[in-house]
Structure formats: structure tokens, C-alpha cells
Design a protein around this ligand. Structure first.
Ligand code: XIL
Length: 338
């Protein structure tokens, strides 16, 4: 039984995959990816930092191999991501004057989106541009280009890749304040005459605290703008992550207390995780006409980024497949929703 077959008439089912996995060095993923999913997102391979390490120099070898892997395995591709303040190459972060920064910005979108125009079905054009209160993040893009840079990015992406779906992607944008900012941003893009096809709700949630009501309300409000909703980076972690500042640095040094499930996940948490995933897919199914895709941020627990973020060296259990690739109770609960 597979996720992609179970949901074939509803929405695409995807996973973010790593270079390791593309290179065939993760045997668990090698088996699972083509069997369970019909779309993939490159976890890091298409981020600016990975593509260009010095001004004017691009290395597309890994990104191209990712595209080949997707084609070979009949997987659609979601590109991630053209404009993001994080994982930028150092040289770009250090550009001082606005004109040079604009040259980098437009050059990057043209080069990357142009290269993959026939190979990428959708792009996360802009990622994480909003603060929690819904205002625009004071990123290098905002600081150097002003508040119109998002509209510019969508216009340019449309120009160089007219047949690719264009998404705005963020986390916590199911939360009312950030959602209001996100809706205002989408309206601004639309009113500027630029094409935007959808919004990505990343979906990094926490077991027992998944905001189901806000999620459902967000699907409705976003769809009312005439765009699709995708869940782009779904995982439900079982470890606390709301550490900031001094608390975070203290825990990063050594904190066994933040890694309580080193050997296994207790049955109670396992069951809560399964219930949360089931409830989520129930909502997704109820609104399936509004949802284009549900992508998990990783293939199996063993390689999830949440083992290393925000604290390295933890043992997390956020996905549907365990470290051996076996389906967890959460997998069966997602299947059972159909
Ligand atoms: C994460 C990757 O999973 C990690 O491997 C990397 O070290 C940091 O970035 N939101 C996003 C993703 O849009 O690109 C992030 O991916 C997770 C949070």
C-alpha cells in the first residue's frame, strides 16, 4: 500500500530528498521514494548557497542529477527556492550597494528558473519573507531592494518560466496574524498584475499541538484568493524546539533533557502522532479541491533535519517511516483516512 496510490485522485504526495538520497547512498530512501511518492522537492540542492559560491559562478551538477533522478523515477519536481534570506552564498550576503544586489537578484532568478523551465512543475519563488506579526522581514532583499522585491521576483519567474506554477512559501502562515500578512502580500502580488498560482504552508508542527482549526481556516481563506494551497514541508516533531537566545545556546552545548527518546518513542506519543497525522489528512481530504500537493520534509525519521535542528544530535520521530523504512502507526492512520 502506498501514499501516492491512496491519494492519487486527491493531491500529489511528495517528499523532500537530499543529495545523499539522489546519489543512492540511503538504501532506505532508494526503496521508499519511488514507491510512496509522486513528487519531490530538493531539500538543499537548489538553494542559492548550493548553486553559487562566488559571483558569476554556478555549479548545477547536483541539481541536474536531482532532476535526472526525478525523471527516471517519474516524479514531478517542486523547485525550492529562488529567493530566501537563509542559505544565501556569503558573497551575496555581503554585497553592499543596491545596484549590485539587484544584479545578483535578477541574475539568479533568470539563471536558475530559466535553466529548469521545462523541468520544474512548480517553484517556491519566495520563501519566508514574513515576520510573525505579518510584516515584511527585514532581509537583505527587503533592505536592498525595498518592499516591491517580491512582486519583482514573481514577474521575473513568470517571464523566464511561463509554464511553471509559482508559489509563495512560509512557515506559521496558518497563524492568524502571519496569515493576514500573507494574504495582504498575495493580494499585492495579484494587484500588481503578477502571476501567483499558490501558497505553501510549510507545516512544521509539533505533536499534540497541531493547530487544526487555523489550518482549516487558512485553506479556506487562501483558496478564496483564487490560488491553490500546498502543504510543502510537513513534519510533526516530538521534541521541544521553542528555545531561543541564551536558552538555546545552553541546550546546544549539552542537554540530554532535550533528547528523551534516544532508544524508542513511547507508545503514547506514537499514538498521538498517528492521531495528529490522521486528523490532518482528514482536513486535507475535506478540502481536496483546494489542495494541490502535500509534501513531507524528508523520507524517514533517520534523515529528518529535525534530528539536527535547532539542537544537533537529537533523536526525532517526525515522519511516517521509521529509521528502517518501516511504516509507523502514523502511516497507517494517513492511509486509513481514505
Ligand atoms: C532545511 C534543511 O532540511 C536542512 O538540511 C538545512 O540544513 C537547513 O534547511 N524551511 C525551509 C527549508 O524552507 O528549506 C528548511 O530546510 C527547513 C525550514
Amino acid at each position: 500500500v502506498s501514499l501516492k496510490d491512496t491519494y492519487k485522485n486527491d493531491f500529489l504526495i511528495g517528499a523532500a530528498i537530499s543529495w545523499q538520497q539522489v546519489a543512492g547512498k540511503d538504501p532506505v530512501a532508494t526503496k521508499l521514494v519511488p514507491r510512496q511518492f509522486n513528487t519531490v522537492t530538493p531539500e538543499n540542492m537548489m538553494k542559492a548557497e548550493e548553486l553559487t559560491s562566488s559571483w558569476g559562478t554556478y555549479d548545477f551538477s547536483r541539481a541536474d542529477k536531482f532532476i535526472d533522478y526525478a525523471k527516471m523515477n517519474h516524479l514531478r519536481v517542486n523547485g525550492h527556492t529562488l529567493v530566501w534570506h537563509s542559505q544565501m552564498p556569503a558573497y551575496a550576503r555581503h554585497i553592499q550597494d543596491a545596484d549590485s544586489f539587484r544584479t545578483f537578484f535578477t541574475g539568479h532568478i533568470r539563471k536558475v528558473a530559466g535553466r529548469y523551465r521545462r523541468k520544474v512543475r512548480s517553484w517556491d519563488v519566495v520563501n519566508e519573507a514574513l515576520n510573525e506579526d505579518g510584516s515584511l522581514r527585514k532581509s537583505p532583499f527587503f533592505n536592498k531592494l525595498g518592499d516591491n522585491y517580491i512582486v519583482d521576483a514573481f514577474k521575473l519567474a513568470n517571464k523566464v518560466s511561463p509554464n511553471t506554477e509559482l508559489y509563495y512559501n512560509d512557515y506559521n502562515n496558518e497563524q492568524p496574524k502571519k496569515r493576514a500578512g500573507c494574504i495582504a502580500l498575495i493580494k499585492k502580488i495579484q494587484q500588481a498584475g503578477a502571476r501567483i498560482d499558490g501558497v505553501g504552508i510549510q507545516g512544521h508542527w509539533h505533536v499534540g499541538k497541531v493547530p487544526f482549526g487555523d489550518i482549516e481556516e487558512s485553506i479556506l481563506q487562501y483558496a478564496a484568493l483564487g490560488i491553490k494551497v500546498a502543504i510543502t514541508e510537513l513534519d510533526i516533531e516530538v521534541l521541544p524546539r521553542n528555545f531561543t537566545g541564551a536558552e538555546l545556546s545552553r541546550r546546544m552545548k549539552t542537554d540530554a533533557g532535550s533528547n528523551p527518546y534516544v532508544n524508542s518513542l513511547p507508545d503514547t506519543v506514537q499514538k498521538q502522532l498517528a492521531d495528529d497525522y490522521g486528523q490532518l489528512f482528514k482536513i486535507f481530504l475535506k478540502h481536496k479541491e483546494k489542495i494541490s500537493r502535500v509534501t513531507f520534509w524528508g523520507v524517514h525519521d533517520g534523515q529528518s533535519w529535525l534530528n539536527n535542528w535547532p539542537i544537533p544530535g537529537r533523536t526525532n520521530y517526525p515522519l511516517l517511516f521509521d529509521r528502517n523504512g518501516n511504516p509507523k502507526p502514523a502511516f497507517y492512520s494517513v492511509i486509513a483516512m481514505k
